[in-house]
Design a protein around this ligand. Structure first.
Ligand SMILES: [Zn+2]
Length: 145
């Protein structure tokens, strides 16, 4: 009897800038670029993997920001996570990426993923509580974890 409660209601407003429309890669929004740049410059190496992140790694990821585009959004309705698409690769690598650096903000953890070829592949914001994040936080509200 509660089956309909599992269906998220349709969005009440038009999609925000940069959100899912038809799945075609789009330019990153200013906020997406700002948060990506922040994670690349200041994100902590992903701890559970005991990952080592050198300045050369950050420089390589930073150089991708001019080319990378926004792919599919998560679609869960509570987070602004997006796939990152490289036009040259013509695909999103979100499925086989791994977290490389992380950050946090009040109520959420942010993870930046790269694929096996070290292409940035996914930007994830994972709420840690009940708060719904309609968009990425301002970089001024981010902290290395
Ligand atoms: Zn989500």
């Amino acid at each position: 009897m509660s089956e309909h409660l599992d269906d998220p209601p349709p969005p009440a407003t038009a999609p925000a800038e940069g959100s899912e429309v038809d799945g075609a890669p789009r330019d990153l929004t200013r906020r997406q670029l700002e948060v990506l740049a922040w994670l690349i410059d200041h994100g902590a190496p992903f701890d559970p993997d005991q990952r080592v992140v050198e300045e050369a790694d950050r420089a390589r990821w930073r150089a991708q920001l001019t080319a990378v585009r926004a792919g599919r959004s998560c679609g869960c309705g509570t987070c602004p996570s997006i796939e990152l698409v490289h036009p040259a690769a013509l695909r999103a690598a979100g499925a086989d990426g791994h977290p490389v650096v992380e950050g946090s903000t009040a109520g959420a953890v942010l993870l930046l993923f790269a694929d096996g070829g070290d292409h940035l592949s996914y930007l994830e914001l994972a709420p840690t509580g009940e708060q719904i994040f309609g968009e990425l936080p301002h970089p001024g509200d981010l902290h290395p974890t």
